[in-house]
Structure formats: C-alpha cells, structure tokens
Design a protein. Structure first.
Length: 633
C-alpha cells in the first residue's frame, strides 16, 4: 500500500499548539500576541497637520486607567490586571508617570496612586523611572503620608537615578512642604553630584523647606550663598526669609530684611507686608502694624482682607475704636468686603469705650448688610448690654439666639449670670447656671466666678463656698479672681481666719496673687487691726518672686479712709525703716491718702512739716523725723 504524500494535520502542528487543536473540527485558535507597551500620548501631527511641531493627544487608554483610580475599590489591583490582560496591553513607566501626574485631581488620590504605583511595578519587564517616584512623592506629601513617603524614598535612593532639574525642584518642594529636611538635603547633594545647577526656583524651594522646618540658620546660609553667587534673591526669597524670622519670633531681624529690600531696589509685595503685619500683631505691636498698612496705601500695594482685619483688630485692642472705624470705611471704599470678625471687634471696642449706642448701630448695620452674627458677636453684644445695665435687652437677644438655633457659649451665660447677680436677681442667675448643663454648655471659671461673686456680695457666703467646692468636684480651674472674691466676702462677714486659710490654699495651689487679691487680704486685716500680719504676709511673698508695688500704698489708703491715722503713721515709718520705699514717695502717698480720706488738715500739716524728709538732732545723732509726730504733736 502506498504511503500518503501528506502527513495528517495533527502531526504537522507544533507541540505547543496541539492544545488549541480540536479533533472534532478542522479549525484551531491561533496563539495570542504578546501584550503591547502603550504610551500615554499619541503623535497625530502627521495625520491631521503638516506642522512639524508634534501634536500630542492623550491616548484613549489614559481615561480608562484614570477611571479605575477614580473609582477605587478593594479590588483595584485585580481590576487593572484583568483589564490589561483583556486588551493585551502593558503600562510602561512613561504611562505610569503620566497617570500619577494627572491623578492629583482625583478623590482618594494618595491611596489609589500608591496602590497603582505598586501594581505597575509587578508587571513583567517593568522598572519605574525617576518621574514615577517624583510624582508619587508629590502626591503623598500633599496628604502627609510620611510612612509611605519614607518607603518610596528609600526605594528611590537605591535606584541611583541621574538627577535632573525638574525632578530636583519637585522633590525639594515636596520634602520642604512636608518638613522632611534630611530627604530634602539628600536631593540637594544629588544635584551637586550630578552637576545640576540650582535655579532661582530651586533656591526658593530649598529656602521654603528649611524655613518650614525651623532650620532658620541653614536658610540664612543659603540666602548668603545666593547674595554672593550668580542667582540673586528675589521678592519670594526675601519673603521666605522674613517668614522664617517672624516664625521664630525674631521680628527685629525680619524688619531689617524688609528694609534691606529697599536697598536692593526690590519692591515688597502684599505677602511681605502681610507677613510682617501678622507678626507685629502677634507681638502686640499694633503701632507698627498700622505703619505697614499706611505704607501699603502710599505705595499702592493691594491690601488683602486679612490685612484690614489685623489693623482694625489692633486699633480696637488699643481702644482706638474711631480710628478702627475709619479703616473700615476705607476698606469698604476700596471695594473690599468686611467680615463678621471685623464688625465684632469694632462693636466690642465701642462698647468698652462707653459708646454703647454706636456699638449697637454697628451691630444693626452688620445685620442689614446681610452679615449673620455668630456666637462671638452675640456674646459681645450681650456682655456689653449687661455691663451697661441694659439687662432686659440682653435677655431678649439671649432668647433670640435660642429661637434661631444660634450656639450659646459660656460668654453669653457668664455675662447674663453676672448681670442678674449685680441686679440681685439671684434665682434667675441660678436657673441660667443650671440651664448651662442641660443645654450642653460646659461651665467655666467665668460662670462660676460670676455666681460666686453674686452670692458673696449679697452676704450668702456659705452658698459661695459651696460653689467653690463644686468647682473642685467638676475639675474647673479656680482662678485668682475666685479667691479674691471669697477672701473679700469672708472678711466682710468677719470670718477672718477662714479668709486667711483661703489665702493659704491659693498659695499652696501655686496661684500667683495679684495686687487686687492682696488688697482684699490687706484691707480685711488692716480693718481688723492686724496690720502687722498683713506686712508679714507681704514679706513672705518677696522670696517667692511676687512683687506687689502698690501694696503699701493700698494699705495706707485703707487705714486713712477708716480714720486709723496712728496705725497708718506706724506703717509708713515701718516702710521707711525697712528700706522698702524712698521716704519722699511714702510722704507723697500719705498726703494723697489723707486728702482722699477727707482729712485735709492733716494733709496740709504733713506738707508743711519735715516728716520723712527732715532730721532732728538728738545729742550728736541725726534722726529722721517720724510720721508718728503727725499725731503726737
């Protein structure tokens, strides 16, 4: 039998294709082509234009991959793998870098970007390029994911990439904003090693990173290098250095740099002025803040809203409400819209200066201009009305806040409790005090002090002491004002020993006594005939660092007012004998104390005498004339 000329089809198929061959069919499935590396941009210039400049359009794969990142799920990596397998594509480093650059516009970007980066590295034959690391670090730094940043950075260090200017600028900016100085300096060293010359942007990014991390001295050295090198500092560089000085609390050096700009013919911009204004406001140098504002006006520099806020706020804190109002009108005339904080500061300033009517007119103007007052504004209004005795109006605004769901803070409650207490409407004050807890408002020391003061001044000292104990139980800080109220109240009720014990408790708690607090103690002791005890306590305070300059003056005033001239003279002599005060000053204080007490005759007698400033000769010894001569002669 003759052999067939052709072999059976099955024997002609290579082994690696036999699995595709079907004995029941004469057809077979051809092998799949290998996955193709796709690029993020397509050059369409040859197709649609004769212009030699490339016309690059995003690849159709870009929006599809971005969609996966935008709809991040727990199966992101699996979805990406299936998608690429289905369409036989692979994503090269240029594509990954492009996606990472674009992904900063997507929600949940840091998480999805990091997972996408890791997924891409697992592709066969893939290796990240420098741009992949740069863009990912930029994304992670924007979200302060420091653990992941360090992980990616360690991997970047091990790759040994050749640094370029774009990558260096981006990394320095990212690490600088994240306060990662060690990583920032590594990039700087790599630039030098790879011969990349720093540009002005590089220097400014480096300076900003050092300043943000409080490396002010290092930033100064970089600044000096710029001044002596080819790349000179610009306004941004000066602003960064000024910001660094202000941040470290060195306003004087910041001002020196500011004046330095004029020497170098660099015009400061609104950032320069605003940085200095913010620092001077924080240092309570409101006068310099105003000077900077006037200079901005003179130079025609755009004045941002926050600058107006600082100037008006500073003037209000100095009690210059009229000047603050003038700045407000200038602000409006320049087309800049004021805010609630500015109106609140002016309302408070006018009220504290005694012009409550103007304060309330501003409040109405604010509301008419569609500015919705906040809880701070209502707190100022209620407090001002209470202090001026317009309690019913204050209560009306309190009710308005409740009806209109305005948050009622502790300031509003303490103001009303204080106002009701002074009006001797104690039951209503107590009701408000209890309502605070029901309404979820924490009772602070101001609220407690207001009610304690109301009880103490109406003779209900036991109720005041009960509240004092309640403060301890609720871990509410007892202030020096709390002790001052109670010491004063206990002395008025002739419970002198309890008042002294209250003083000791205050000292044991480490609370620094104020002049008003010692005045309450010394007044009680002097009026109870214990001047020596008051002097002893004052002497005990000196080694503790508490210097109360007006203490003796207050005691002399109290004794003279009470008609205890002999004790006042004895105290004055003791002050001079111990070298506590200059004799002439004690004499002046004594004269004023007698005059204020209505004892003009003794005041005139003291003025025309040699007491405290003259001497009597006793045999061969000269002795200063004592104050006791005033009552003995």
């Amino acid at each position: 039998m003759r052999k067939p000329l052709l072999k059976p089809l099955s024997s002609a198929i290579p082994t690696f294709l036999k699995r595709e061959y079907s004995s029941s069919s004469s057809s077979f499935t051809p092998p799949l082509p290998p996955p193709e590396w796709v690029q993020p941009l397509n050059d369409l210039s040859d197709l649609i234009s004769s212009d030699p400049k490339p016309d690059l359009k995003p690849s159709p794969w870009v929006p599809k991959i971005l969609h996966f990142l935008q709809t991040t799920t727990t199966t992101l990596e699996q979805d990406l793998t299936l998608f690429c397998k289905k369409y036989l594509i692979k994503l090269p480093p240029t594509f990954v870098a492009y996606i990472l650059k674009k992904s900063d516009h997507l929600p949940n970007c840091p998480e999805s970007a990091f997972r996408f980066f890791n997924w891409a590295s697992n592709q066969k034959g893939y290796s990240h390029n420098l741009e992949c690391y740069v863009f990912l670090i930029e994304i992670l730094c924007s979200d302060c994911q420091f653990d992941r940043i360090k992980f990616v950075f360690n991997e970047l260090q091990s790759k040994g990439f050749l640094m370029n200017a774009y990558a260096a600028n981006s990394l320095i900016r990212s690490f600088g904003n994240g306060g990662m100085v060690e990583e920032l300096l590594w990039v700087w060293r790599r630039m030098n090693e790879n011969g990349v010359d720093p540009s002005l942007y590089t220097y400014n990014f480096l300076m900003n990173g050092l300043v943000s991390s409080n490396f002010i001295e290092s930033a100064e050295r970089v600044f000096e290098v710029m001044e002596n090198g080819k790349v000179k500092p610009d306004v941004v560089t000066y602003n960064t250095m000024i910001k660094g000085y202000c941040k470290s609390g060195n306003l004087k050096r910041a001002v020196v740099k500011f004046h330095d700009m004029e020497v170098k013919n660099l015009e400061p911009d609104k950032i320069t002025f605003l940085t200095l204004m913010q620092a001077s406001y924080s240092d309570e140098d409101y006068h310099f803040c105003l000077r900077l504002y006037n200079e901005m006006r003179d130079k025609g520099v755009e004045i941002p809203p926050h600058a107006y806020s600082l100037v008006i706020g500073g003037l209000c804190k100095e009690g210059k409400s009229t000047e603050g109002y003038t700045v407000l009108e200038d602000m409006v005339a320049k087309g800049c819209v004021p805010n609630v904080a500015i109106y609140t500061a002016l309302i408070d300033a006018y009220a504290k200066s005694g012009d409550l009517d103007m304060a309330m007119r501003l409040f109405e103007r604010m509301r008419n201009e569609r500015f919705e007052p906040d809880e701070v504004t209502y707190g100022v209004v209620v407090n001002s009305l209470c202090k001026n005795g317009r309690l019913e109006e204050a209560m009306q605004w309190f009710d308005y806040c409740k009806l209109n769901n305005v948050a009622i803070n502790a300031v509003i409650y303490s103001s009303l409790i204080d106002g009701l207490g002074k009006a001797k409407r104690l039951e209503e004050a107590e009701e408000l005090f209890e309502d605070m807890v029901k309404n979820g408002c924490t009772r602070d020391s101001y609220c407690y002090n207001a009610l304690i003061d109301a009880f103490a001044k109406t003779g209900k000292i036991d109720e005041a002491l009960a509240l004092f104990k309640q403060m301890e139980d609720e871990d509410c800080d007892q202030t020096v004002y709390t002790f001052t109220i109670l010491i004063n109240g206990l002395f008025k009720e002739r419970r002198n020993e309890e008042a002294l014990k209250m003083w000791d408790v205050m000292i044991d708690k480490g609370i620094t006594p104020t002049a008003a607090c010692f005045r309450a103690l010394s007044t009680g002791l002097c009026l109870s005939g214990k001047v020596g005890r008051a002097c002893k306590i004052l002497d005990e305070l000196a080694p503790m660092g508490f210097v109360l300059e007006t203490a003796f003056e207050d005691m002399l005033n109290v004794l003279c007012k009470a008609g205890r001239i002999t004790e006042a003279c004895k105290l004055a002599d003791g002050v001079i004998d111990r070298g506590r005060e200059i004799p002439g000053r004690v004499r002046t204080v004594m004269i004023n104390a007698l005059r204020k007490a209505g004892n003009a005759d003794l005041a005139m007698k003291l003025m025309h005498s040699k007491i405290a400033i003259g001497y009597d000769r006793v045999r061969s010894v000269k002795k200063r004339v004592k104050f006791r001569n005033l009552v003995e002669s």
